[in-house]
Design a protein around this ligand. Sequence first.
Ligand code: BYC
Length: 329
Amino acid sequence: MYAQLVETGTSGIKSLDDMSPEERAFQQKIDDEIKIEAKNWMPAAYRQTLIRQISQHAHSEIVGMLPEGNWVTRAPTLKRKLQLMAKIQDEAGHGLYLYSAMETLGADRDEEIAKLHAGMAKYSSIFNYPTLNWADMGAVGWLVDGAAIVNQVVLQRTSYGPYSRAMIRICKEESFHQRQGYELLLTLMRHGNQAQKAMVQDAINRLWWPALMMFGPSDEHSPNSAQSLAWKIKRQSNDDLRQRFIDQTVPQLELLGCTAPDPELKWNPERGHYDFGAIQWEEFYEVLKGNGPCNAERLATRRNAIEGGAWVRAAAVAHARKQQRRTAA
Ligand code: BYC
């Protein structure tokens, strides 16, 4: 990758001649697939990019709990309620692994969360859409976690050790999430009545395009990709991962007996991939600007949770101090 970049002179990325000896040694480690660890030397911009991506990822996990939390009290059976609660707890755990990985880079968790609550930090666009019916819980698991897995499986090989190790753990849990979502939809489609089947199609119609947007802007409009790929923070481009997700998801859609809200979705034997219609990027950028259907509601819920939970944190600290005093005495 590095040699290629030097040869092609990809704009915005330092060439071999412009690198300091430290930078050259760093890039050599990356090219040799040696993980970068917290105490190793790294360029400031590598550190900053990782803090940006890992904090956004962590925020996505905890904001991602909210659309599902909405349905815990309305899950139709005890089994479904337990599955949903377990999944939501897993997302909280993923957030914690990721905030910890971010802290190894010197970032402060409270500061990054404060930026989220002030509307200054990004998190995945998908969580700014509402979950309107029970089938949305299946569609979120199948499509949203499904898209997340496609992105995260390759991030297991990311160049920063703590992030890579967090991803390995997270991926194991995400595949359970994806399967429980698909099984929920399959149950509704195979054993449900007409209204329940219609609910599944409605959920797919609303979440299909937002799930495709999760992979980020198309490669030619992705300002961070070239450098992140050179540093092997990202291992595949946004468009390649989006295509992989579509290719693996369409057969599952057909097995469900449902359709995608995309008349241009069609197998292309020459490319060996599905062709698909144009993504509405104006909608994506509006969501990123804070103008999606649920941006304000999601941030308000997070702020209330932090403020409302202040007494629990204070009590936990007081309890820990008491225990410490007892142990010391
Ligand atoms: N939503 O240059 P680009 C989950 C931003 S949740 C919002 O391509 P990059 C789960 C991007 O940050 C899944 N913003 O960026 C949880 C950048 O902004 P800044 C979360 C987006 O970083 C609960 C700008 O657009 N997964 O698993 O090279 C329940 C330009 O983009 C989005 C991760 O976070 C978006 N969809 O590539 C269920 C995975 N897309 O910072 C599931 C880790 C782009 O320059 N992250 N932006 O102002 C990544 O792999 C990469 O950060 C991305 C974007 C592929 C997302």
